[in-house]
Design a protein around this ligand. Structure first.
Ligand code: HEM
Length: 510
């Protein structure tokens, strides 16, 4: 057996080991139990030395954290290593974090994956401060504001028509439709046209999906080095950081292509949302003119583009995928929704416009119910406290990492009757919405760090689902029954269906 001891000790390895090992373990235990946060009054599941509660996160952390919260309460401390994480699992506690003390909790923790995949310079992971404020308003005004979302209506309608043609082809060739791929591709195309001026990754839908899957999985990982810095080397040894670098490099190649093209392109080759310039042009002109008070370098530009692309594509297609999966599992809901959308008068092969779907309360209820049971980012994006604070009577230290389990909150029987049931009717006579004011339903987060892309995402989701049901009747391939559909989720920042969703489309006959 190779010896790791210095050579002068090698003659009597066993006795040295017997002497050193207990001392090492005692020191380790003492050092570990000295952690400031372990003195907090908050309940916390028992932990192991070094890895803390890491082993308890399970295969699907939103679910395991939900079970732990049922035992330890809506505010508990978890230690996925040496540092502590505050886990928030009730609407009341989430309101305290994201409304009452929104400013204190509006920081993001510094995490390895943010730095490695997002250049450490994007909006979503930026610490609260002037850089974040300026970058966020750069994204909202020209891309995500009410006015801009309206002006992108033509793009959404055009892409929906293209998607309907693809379904029609599959239908006439007697092929099943890979709905996951189709939805990923329309979300990608709309976000690219909106933010980057043209489509990218066309024809490589599956490759982009895989890249985004990897990205989402890495972004949602609990990296040991973040919570136990002296064990950071493990990420190098087990290949985790090498895999992260490979994904970052692949995205970087794509982003370089986007930036280069914008610097050298003939303008008329691109869509324009307003005037001639798109979002990337705007970022490049801010870089040239240095007009926002701090320099934006090329990696910051790429980081912001990646934010829009990754935050917008993966999440939006996830909602479409889960909605269709739930509709296929609940034919009565599908029928009721079809009755609503088919009430629109006109040619059966026409593509519904946003005007056609303006008054469709059941469509909105179905999407809310999907967002309740399948929030695309079940643990939201982590926050961090900027100073010490009392939260529901408990002392929370400065720089505490906070996770809000939106998945668990949306299943809390205190707020929801039969929470596990897919029942859109619960929203028909209710004012509960997902816009960050009703804390029992917060798939887009809330407060100043809440999602600025909600409107853009939901405008597309409503249009796509309405059209898919307007023109076609749907069933599962090979006679599979809805109740047998695999509803397992992927692990990562975004939770989509583990198995791609396949459907058989038939043109409607009445
Ligand atoms: C169904 C679709 C979407 C869901 C479920 C979603 C969800 C979220 C969530 C949970 C957060 C963190 C909120 C918090 O900390 O309170 C977030 C932040 C963010 N989202 Fe979305 N999002 C979606 C679509 C979009 C789209 C279409 C875009 C833009 C194209 C976008 C851009 C962003 C950005 C930039 C942030 C960071 C905000 C900040 O830290 O200030 N999202 N999103």
């Amino acid at each position: 057996m190779p010896s790791f001891l210095p050579s002068y000790m090698a003659q009597d390895n066993t006795s040295w080991l017997l002497l050193i090992l207990p001392i090492f373990l005692i020191l380790l235990f003492k050092w570990y139990s000295k952690s400031a946060i372990s003195k907090s009054s908050l309940p916390s599941p028992p932990k192991l030395p070094v890895i803390g509660n890491l082993h308890q996160l399970g295969l699907y952390p939103p679910r395991t954290l939900h079970s732990l919260a049922q035992k330890y309460g809506p505010l508990m401390l978890l230690h996925p290593g040496r540092k502590a994480v505050l886990v928030v699992s009730s609407a009341e506690a989430a309101r305290e974090v994201m409304k009452t003390h929104d400013l204190v909790f509006s920081n993001r923790p510094k995490l390895k994956m943010f730095d490695m995949l997002l250049y450490g310079k994007d909006v979503a992971s930026a610490p609260c401060g002037e850089y974040w404020r300026q970058l966020r308003s750069i994204c909202v005004l020209p891309l995500l504001s009410n006015k801009m979302v309206q002006s992108l209506r033509g793009v959404r309608e055009e892409e929906t028509s293209i998607m309907m043609e693809k379904i029609k082809h599959a239908c006439s060739a007697n092929r099943s439709v890979n709905l996951s791929e189709l939805f990923s591709s329309i979300a990608n195309d709309v976000v690219c046209r909106a933010a980057l001026g043209r489509k990218y990754g066309e024809g490589s839908g599956r490759k982009f999906m895989e890249l985004l899957d990897n990205f989402g999985e890495l972004m949602g990982s609990f990296v040991l080095g973040d919570y136990t810095p002296w064990l950071d080397w493990l990420g190098h040894v087990n290949g985790f950081y090498a895999r992260t670098h490979a994904v970052a490099e692949e995205f970087d190649r794509f982003l370089e292509e986007v930036v280069e093209e914008h610097m050298n392109r003939p303008k008329e080759a691109y869509d324009s949302t307003e005037g001639d310039d798109d979002f990337v042009d705007l970022l490049l002109s801010l870089q040239r003119t240095n007009s926002i008070g701090f320099p934006i370098d090329r990696s910051a530009i790429k980081a912001v583009i990646l934010d829009m692309f990754a935050a917008g594509t993966d999440t939006t297609y996830t909602v479409l995928e889960w909605t269709m999966a739930e509709l296929l599992r609940h034919p009565n809901v599908m029928k009721k929704l079809q009755d609503e959308v088919r009430n629109v008068k006109g040619d059966k092969s026409h593509t519904l416009t946003e005007e056609d779907i303006d008054h469709m309360p059941y469509l909105r209820a179905v999407l809310k119910e999907t967002l309740r049971l399948h929030p695309p980012i079940p643990l939201l994006v982590p926050r961090e406290s900027m100073q010490e604070i009392k939260l529901l009577g408990h002392h929370i230290g400065a720089k505490t990492h906070v996770i809000v389990n939106a998945w668990a909150i949306a299943r809390d029987p205190v707020h929801w009757d039969n929470p596990q049931e897919f029942k859109p009717e619960r929203f028909l006579n209710s004012s509960i919405d997902y816009k960050g004011l009703d804390f029992q339903l917060i798939p887009f987060g809330a407060g100043r760090r809440g999602c600025p892309g909600t409107q853009l995402a939901m405008a597309l989701n409503e249009l796509v689902i309405a059209n898919v049901l307007y023109r076609f009747d749907w069933s599962l391939p090979k006679g599979e029954q809805g109740k047998d559909l695999d509803m397992c989720e992927t692990v990562g920042l975004t939770a989509h269906k583990k198995m791609p969703l396949l459907g058989i489309a038939l043109p409607r006959n009445k």
